[in-house]
Design a protein around this ligand. Structure first.
Ligand code: FRU
Length: 459
């Protein structure tokens, strides 16, 4: 295995291919993360459910593969994405067996290591009569007062993405009700993959990863009479690397989200490396008064800090200030700026001494956008080298609060506990570890900065 760009404190598969998080559940004090896993190839393949567990949401231990295809069964060609629910003290996993796409269940033991598939699988064998659908997968299940509800990711043949809603009294027999929601514009995609539907802060949120958008989006709005009417939509993470995220509600009632960070280099490169894909850091979700989804890193991640590399404060006037003590490719950078006339302020990371390789995380005042500029992130022309951005409105105090998690090939940024931007970068040079702060076109104060060296998540 080539570990040069392999993240240290973001969860990665032991080897080979990982995609979507699955079955996330906080079970008897332990967080469980299952994931789409191709155990025999780093460039995709037949899917199993890999498994990891964590007591603190920061450190993870690898567990044995949880679910494998059964020859001749409805999941003979793969165990695709799904969820886990607590059924009166029994963990029940829902997943899509392929091919064709059918919904199956399995019951776990208390450790969630061993699963027994239901002998009468599938529990939902075919799309509703008379509906021509382009997808029928990725069950998300929840309990309401009167019954269990389940949604599936789907799309209308020749039309937009669609979420199908089912109801059950016993988790085994499912009645199709109607679409929970049908996408109103081609802009939000053709096939909705990996739906998550949940209440937060008095509203409802639908998160889905539509084909062909290649990114995760959310809708927020009202849920009445089992129909969802969104008031707005936006991106879950505009950095380009996060897809198919899954939420869970933990014992504290928090809505936590983890997403798949895919590779943004050619398949030959990750095939040769022998591993591919990582998970985002766990995030805490909330809604603001206008229904915007806000994302903050879970505070438990602080447990991965190993020591302070650098602390600083400064006044910057159209200047860049290198911070040699902060040089590290496995770090957390917390920087608070006050914008005082500058056009752009931010932090350069994974920077070579001559600046030939550098990733810039910046706030652009004129456009009100947070951006991750990786046009010079790598000398390798085959890696993604674009600028990703999202809207960020600063408060009246003009404060920009950046938490940037640098982990070899991941730059995961959280701004003002609202916006998340995660990108993959693959610097070629061994000395591309530098950090610098800057203010362009005017003044900004670096009110405070602390950089920590980070440890590893799977010791
Ligand atoms: C999303 C997805 C899901 C599917 C799984 C298969 O990345 O395509 O819709 O269940 O991956 O691995």
């Amino acid at each position: 295995m080539d570990i040069r760009h392999r993240p240290a404190y973001h969860f990665c598969p032991p080897r080979n291919w990982l995609n979507d998080p699955n079955g996330m559940i906080h079970w008897k004090g332990t967080y469980h993360l299952f994931y789409q896993y191709a155990p025999f190839s780093a460039v995709n393949g037949v899917k199993y459910w890999g498994h990891a567990a964590s007591r603190d949401l920061a450190h993870w231990e690898h567990r044995p593969i949880a679910l494998s295809p059964t020859p001749g069964g409805p999941d003979r060609d793969g165990i695709w994405s799904g969820c886990t629910v607590d059924w009166d003290g029994l963990p029940i996993a829902f997943y899509t067996g392929v091919f064709p796409e059918q919904q199956c269940i399995a019951v776990g033991d208390d450790t969630l290591n061993t699963w027994i598939k239901y002998s009468a699988n599938p529990v939902i064998g075919a799309p509703p009569e008379g509906l021509a659908v382009t997808g029928f997968r990725d069950p998300c299940v929840w309990r309401e007062q009167d019954a269990w509800y389940l949604v599936l990711g789907s799309g209308i043949e020749g039309g937009n993405g669609m979420i199908l809603l089912y109801r059950s009294e016993d988790l085994l027999h499912w009645e199709y009700l109607h679409p929970l929601y049908v996408g109103e514009s081609v802009e939000t995609g053709r096939i909705f993959e990996c739906p998550n539907f949940f209440a937060v802060d008095g509203r409802h949120v639908l998160i889905t990863s539509p084909i062909p958008l290649s990114r995760a989006i959310y809708f927020s709005g009202d849920y009445r009479e089992h129909r969802f009417t969104p008031g707005r939509w936006g991106e879950v993470d505009a950095g380009g690397a996060l897809y198919a995220p899954q939420y869970m509600i933990d014992a504290q009632g928090r809505r936590l989200l983890i997403g798949w960070l895919w590779e943004e280099r050619p398949a030959e490169a990750y095939g040769a490396a022998g591993w591919s894909g990582a998970m985002s850091l766990p995030r805490v979700l909330s809604l603001d008064s206008e229904g915007r989804l806000c994302t903050a890193v879970a505070p438990e991640v602080n447990a991965l800090r190993e020591g302070v590399l650098c602390q600083a404060s400064a006044t910057l006037d159209d200047a860049i200030l290198p911070l040699p003590a902060a040089a590290c490719d496995q770090s957390e950078i917390h920087a608070r700026f006050r914008v005082e006339g500058a056009q752009q302020v931010g932090v350069e990371v994974l920077r070579s001494p001559d600046g030939a390789e550098v990733t810039r995380v910046a706030y652009d005042v004129a456009t009100g956008r947070l951006l991750c500029d990786r046009t010079h992130a790598s000398l390798n022309p085959e890696t993604h080298r674009d600028v990703r951005s999202d809207t960020l409105t600063l408060g009246d105090d003009g404060l920009l609060d950046l938490r940037i998690y640098v982990d070899r090939s991941i730059v995961e940024t959280f701004a003002n506990e609202r916006v998340a931007l995660t990108s993959r970068v693959y610097p070629e040079r061994g000395d591309s570890t530098g950090v610098a702060v800057f203010a362009n076109g005017g003044k900004a104060s670096l009110v405070e900065l602390t950089v920590w060296r980070m440890g590893v998540c799977c010791p």
